[in-house]
Design a protein around this ligand. Structure first.
Ligand SMILES: [Zn+2]
Length: 491
């Protein structure tokens, strides 16, 4: 089956701003660029659209995003009667999990009236609290509580809820992929294998969802799931043309918003510098174990001291020949760290949207001595490989918002630019979500460019960002193609 894609501006990403107006594919692979005398079975008229190799989100949580899309969400509701009737409607005699609740004082008494036999958990919008019914309180031994739980108690309640059925999990993943297609995303590197149904069931749910929606899923393996991976007998990396198993996710430090990211200086008005998720000896053990299994790692690293320490660990225990590790976030850095970080086989997974969401209020949380804040240009000038992601559901998985944040560094809160000398060019920002985002898949010989032999995954926009960079603010995806199949078409 030969397809002729025509009437577009199709950027190859092989040379700077090089494009063709038409090209041909056969059974999911590009066979020729430019005008050819090839007999095609099918024509895709791009109608003047701007086509790129398929865009990739290099760090997100697909099942987590799908959960947000799929489950009942109370977001924006403030009326008690409306909230209760929404919960009642969502209850079908099964354990009920509802999210996005803004606390208006519901207690176990309200929820017991909906069910006194099945557990009900209403997750608050901040994810740190929950309101639950008496069934669930009994299960976790907090019978005296009024049902409003915070932090550890809330986490206990979440943990005590029955897990999603694999059917629900598959639906959540399917819904997430459908939404990603509409954002022009053809592939994503997802961290989900520990938070839902464990390694085996979650991988199988992905396989089922990928039969329904073609997508290039690359799954990070949480270190506590590596035993499940080994027992499965699956190979590392390629499972199918749509599914890969990737590096091992390990949390190194905390977050900025909770001031638990490990910083080189104390937080303002605090005597602490953040924290490690586990003691150094325990981290070293996990890292050594992963190396013994010949696996690269993907380390959640936010603070500047965390980045410094992680660089030293990765230098001490390098990945196996031909592999590279990943550092997820790398939000803050000390200048001195860069001199040896760039000598390691490591990729930085950055989330440009964090800047737009977190600044300027983030400055008030950061130690004032922090040298480098979202220093993407500096990283790039030091020769580090950068990939772009959204961390959805933390941020919406809209790569155009990521490109805007990387290029203009404007805050969503006040519209001002922060750290102008760290702005990436529009070309660099597009690389973050296209060819560079394929480096962690070890498939750059067939993904991320328009070239004969490369896969037929494409994203088409209505605006040429090189010609009209400012129009990116109201640009949209007109068509998304995965494996030669049109998976999204704007009406
Ligand atoms: Zn994440």
């Amino acid at each position: 089956m030969i397809t002729h894609y025509k009437n577009g501006v199709c950027y190859t990403l092989t040379a700077s701003r090089e494009f063709v107006r038409e090209f041909y594919t056969e059974n999911g692979k590009i066979i020729a660029l430019g005008p050819q005398s090839i007999q095609s079975d099918k024509v895709v008229d791009l109608q003047g659209g701007i086509l790129y190799p398929g865009w990739v989100d290099a760090h997100l949580h697909i099942a987590g995003y799908g959960e947000r899309l799929t489950l009942t969400n109370l977001n924006k509701l403030t009326d008690k009667n409306l909230i209760l009737s929404t919960i009642k409607k969502a209850f079908h005699g099964q354990p009920l999990y509802v999210q996005g609740y803004h606390d208006i004082g519901l207690t176990k008494i309200d929820l017991d009236a909906i069910s006194s036999s099945q557990p009900i958990l209403i997750r608050h919008a901040d994810y740190h609290s929950a309101t639950v019914n008496s069934v669930l309180l009994n299960r976790i031994g907090l019978t005296e509580s009024n049902g409003i739980l915070h932090e550890l108690d809330a986490a206990k309640a979440v943990f005590a809820m029955p897990r999603h059925s694999n059917q629900t999990l598959t639906t959540m993943i399917t819904n997430a992929i459908e939404s990603l297609h509409a954002y022009g995303i053809t592939g994503g590197h997802s961290d989900d294998l520990h938070y839902f149904n464990g390694f085996k069931d979650t991988v199988e749910a992905f396989e089922e969802a990928l039969k329904r929606k073609p997508f290039r899923a690359h799954l990070l393996m949480h270190h506590e799931e590596v035993q499940g991976f080994i027992q499965s007998g699956r190979p590392w990396l390629d499972q199918s043309p749509y599914l890969q198993l990737g590096a091992v996710k390990i949390f190194y430090d905390g977050t900025l918003s909770s001031q638990t990211a490990l910083m080189a200086h104390a937080y303002p008005k605090q005597s602490h510098q953040g924290e490690l998720i586990r003691p150094p000896e325990a981290f070293e053990n996990v890292l050594k174990t992963m190396r013994s299994h010949r696996l690269p790692v993907a380390l959640h690293t936010i603070g500047d001291l965390a980045l410094e320490e992680v660089s030293k660990w990765l230098k001490k225990y390098p990945p196996h020949e031909g592999q590279h590790d990943r550092i997820i976030h790398a939000s803050f850095a000390m200048k001195a760290t860069l001199e040896y970080l760039n000598k390691l086989p490591v990729i930085l997974d950055i989330q440009p949207q964090f800047l737009s969401s977190d600044l300027p209020w983030g400055y008030a949380l950061l130690p004032e001595q922090t040298e480098l804040i979202y220093p993407w240009k500096t990283y790039q000038q030091h020769g580090l490989i950068l990939c772009g992601g959204s961390d959805a559901p933390v941020e919406p998985p809209n790569p155009l918002k990521g490109v805007i944040a990387a290029v203009f560094r404007t805050s969503d809160h006040d519209g001002k630019t922060y750290g102008e000398d760290e702005c990436l060019s529009i070309e660099e920002a597009i690389h973050l979500y296209t060819d560079w985002a394929n480096i962690p898949t070890y498939k750059t010989h067939e993904r991320g460019q328009l070239k004969p032999g490369y896969i037929a995954d494409f994203t088409v926009f209505n605006v040429d960002f090189y010609a009209e960079p400012k129009r990116i603010y109201d640009a949209h995806v007109t068509m998304t193609i995965v494996d030669d199949q049109i998976v999204y078409l704007k009406k």
